[in-house]
Design a protein around this ligand. Sequence first.
Ligand code: GDP
Ligand code: MN
Length: 397
Amino acid sequence: MDIHEFQAKDMLKRFGVQVPRGGIAYSPEQAVYRASELSGDKWVVKAQIHSGARGKAGGVKICKSEKEISEAASWMLGRMLVTHQTGPQGKMVSRLYVEEATDIAQEIYLGFVMDRKEERVVVVASGQGGMEIEEISSQEPESIIRSVVDPAVGMQSFQAREIAFSLGLDAALIPQAVKTIIGCYKMMEETDANMVEINPLVVTGSGEIMALDAKVSFDDNALFRRPEISELRDKSQEDPRETFASDRGLSYIGLEGEIGCIVNGAGLAMATLDMIKMAGGEPANFLDVGGGASPDRVLMSFQAVLNDPNVEAILVNIFAGINRCDWIAEGVIRAVKELELTMPLVVRLSGTNVEEGKRLIAESGLPIHTAETLADAADLVVRAWSDIKSNSAKGAA
Ligand code: GDP
Ligand code: MN
């Protein structure tokens, strides 16, 4: 789960990381008022969306007058802001964060991520942070600092000091940098975050260290024990197809194609997407129903897949170990009846209770195609889909 910049900064502050003063605004008028509450003569108006790279998309504006603030706010609010991270549809800006502007002497990149190979948190840092960090990491990968944290002891001050020195920071800035690095790590640990990224962390003209931007995401599997984090969720920033599924405990990822997929196990789901592509089709989603899926859960999976208006055919592929093919079949039959499914549907079942599952489908008398192997199933669904495609093209001609 992702949160907004202002929420991340609020948290960081509680862990001892310095952030600029700021306030939230929902209208241009409110944005001007927020600025008047802050001291100084320069402010930054920032679109709050779940995406980075806002700066290059017009979502971060430095303003020197009320007029500029009001204009920047009017331009941003209500806009689907497209950054190179949002996809072409963009994300809705419904909130702004207005901050006092900071005088920047140096921009640093400071990130904390889970390294799955190391099975540890790794700190990634660079003395040349800011908007060009991607280029720097690809052109001068050796200039990027990496430091793995031992979970038994957590981030120690000597390690934080080492990172701070490798960034080339002035000796006078080291204590503040250490406090920042330890604060970020503590926050990550105590909130079950799986990523904390500060880009840029800046050294100000007056010699302070400050987080000017913050991106934090949390481990969805730990949200049940973090009600205060769940509070921060903003569903308006999510893909509605994924929200529906994740609210029901289904692992679903929306894709761009037309063939809906309902599969058990992430590995088999990936293989199914590959097979659909090899058969000449495009998958509409990844969906793992999980183990021991009840007929209800199968029905819900169909709903999740059908929430995507691009879906024109469905493939169910189950290799039942903990699952039961008869339960899956029951769910499929209920889905066809209750959701009045008319698009092509191919079901491939194997494993536990497969005979019973196949019998239920055969005896249902419903127009459900069945297949023995994954390759056959993928071929069948792509063929059925291209048949209806060419028929509707003929109809239109
Ligand atoms: P992002 O583009 O979504 O990552 O948004 P950021 O919050 O990182 O802002 C983009 C860039 O705007 C930063 O890298 C800074 O260079 C610049 N910026 C943001 N806030 C300030 C500020 O207070 N003062 C100055 N001078 N530049 C800022
Ligand atoms: Mn940034």
